[in-house]
Design a protein around this ligand. Structure first.
Ligand SMILES: [Zn+2]
Length: 495
């Protein structure tokens, strides 16, 4: 992925995110939002759009919409209006979608994200803050789904599943703020983490409860006017989004440089072919004829409502990252990694407290624990080794009962078997030898077995110290306490 240096061309990207709010029922009726039920099982006259059915706003959807807005640092309008967005499509039985238009739930906000240029391998270089202007965050209902696969006669028929129709969404739209696909990547990840963190949305792109669209254009560096933008859809992961943006930027630059003109159109990303394809052009674009939804009163939220929502929210990720840096002396990158997800941040704080060593807890979680969690495909909240158990394991190392190397094997075993550290240490006889007499005895044997090296060392070849440490550790089968081996070996070699 490039950082947007394209020989005098500048990339301009705006993003729209649709996040499904984690309510149990739909936004304007009591039907379940459960995923994976029998097609059309969760429907009623309201979400089927039957004549005379009236929508009733789900209070929980408004609360979660407010959580989403507050988690992104956005202001909530005390009064917003639902509007009908009129268009015809088979998955939209009413013939219109209830959304918000000129008086949305939140408008004209700003959001500060951290973003970094990447090296060739995609590793972040220096992280920098960047302010993103958020045009709007509004509430709306989702449409149903057309099904073209897995059913009889799909070559002749299309099927419609309306279970999803009426599911609450928050749509978050940015100004054209991004200059390369990494900035877009960092923004989407920021939003995704924030929404998950406060429980507003599962925000899982693979499950489709977070969907993203990108408006992409290019212009000559220094131009004030934007180029013609193309809307990209079907971006089912952050990676696909980046690939689609990169493809599109190259396509547009090549088109203009060869004397062509970019057309305003909607294009779909085809991951298999690795290209974008025209879905519809401007000429086919809809005129939605928005007008206020007559069946719903204006949405009025009081300061008290907003404050109650805010008070029920956890400490937000950026605040927590900052606190981790100050309270535990962690670097920005360590603190960022440990606040990538709320259950991981909780896990870290608990392990730091139990172990009494915040630095060791950070190191162990970042290297050993995360590797096991990733391999198992689970979150810190689901870890078979609890934060308390990890904290206790770190204490055992601190007390010199087992070595760090032994502890790594113990952790893997704990992860596999769910047994406690104490049980595994006992079962495997993994006790570190800290008895000075015993270690002295091993050292004497090693020195006696290597008279040549001993002479060289005493003649001034001090680099041989490491050799002796290695021999002693080997003779103790890795059980000798390295700190004591070092101390005693120095004394013996000197004498
Ligand atoms: Zn319904």
């Amino acid at each position: 992925m490039s950082n947007g240096n394209n020989n005098g061309w500048e990339t301009v990207i705006g993003l729209e995110i649709h996040a499904q709010l984690s309510t149990e029922s739909k936004i304007f009726c009591g039907c379940s939002t459960r995923f994976g039920d029998e097609p059309n099982a969760n429907t009623c006259p309201v979400c089927l759009g039957l004549p005379g059915a009236l929508p009733v706003l789900n209070r929980r959807a408004v609360e979660l919409g407010a959580r989403a807005a507050l988690a992104l640092g956005l202001k909530i309008n005390h009064r917003s209006i639902f509007a009908r967005k009129n268009y015809f499509y088979p998955d939209l039985p009413k013939g219109y979608q209830i959304s918000q238009f000129d008086q949305p739930f939140s408008a004209n906000g700003t959001l500060e994200i951290m973003t970094a240029r990447r090296d060739e391998a995609g590793h972040p270089q220096e992280w920098q803050p960047k302010t993103i202007r958020i045009t709007r965050l509004h509430l709306e209902e989702d449409a149903g789904k057309n099904v073209h696969e897995g059913l009889p006669d799909v070559d002749r028929f299309s099927y419609i599943d309306l279970n999803r129709a009426g599911t609450p969404l928050a749509e978050i739209v940015t100004e054209p703020e991004f200059r390369n696909s990494w900035e877009a990547h960092d923004y989407v990840n920021h939003v995704r983490r924030a929404l998950r963190w406060v429980g507003a949305s599962e925000a899982d792109m693979e499950k489709g409860n977070l969907r993203c669209e990108a408006n992409v254009s290019v212009r000559r560096a220094g131009d004030d006017k934007f180029g013609t933008k193309v809307e990209l859809k079907n971006l089912n992961s952050v990676r696909f989004m980046q690939r689609a943006i990169e493809f599109e930027v190259e396509r547009q630059i090549a088109l203009i440089e060869s004397g062509g003109r970019v057309l305003q159109e909607t294009r779909l990303w085809d991951e298999r072919a690795g290209e974008t394809r025209v879905m519809r052009s401007k000429e086919e674009a809809h005129d939605y004829r928005y007008f206020p939804e007559p069946d719903l009163a204006p949405l009025v939220v009081s300061d008290e409502f907003i404050e109650n929502v805010r008070a029920a929210m956890p400490e937000l990720p950026e605040a927590r990252r900052q606190r981790f840096m100050e309270q535990y002396q962690l670097s920005f990158s360590d603190a960022s990694q440990l606040t990538a997800e709320r259950s991981l941040a909780d896990y870290y704080e608990k392990a730091a407290e139990i172990s009494g060593n915040a630095r060791a807890a950070a190191n162990w979680i970042r290297s050993e624990l995360l590797r096991e969690l990733e391999a198992a495909g689970i979150t810190a909240g689901e870890s078979p080794v609890s934060a308390t158990e990890l904290g206790q394991l770190l204490r055992v190392i601190e007390e010199g009962k087992i070595s760090g190397k032994q502890a790594k094997d113990v952790l893997v075993e704990m992860f596999k078997t769910g047994k406690s550290a104490a049980t595994i240490i006992e079962e495997q006889g993994l006790v570190q030898v800290s008895d000075t007499g015993e270690i002295d005895h091993i050292i004497d044997d090693v020195l006696a077995a290597n008279p040549g090296q001993l002479q060289s060392y005493r003649d001034g070849k001090e680099t041989l110290f490491g050799f002796f440490v290695g021999q002693v550790m080997k003779a103790s089968k890795g059980k000798a306490n390295p700190r004591i081996v070092n101390e005693r070996l120095k004394a013996k070699l000197a004498g």
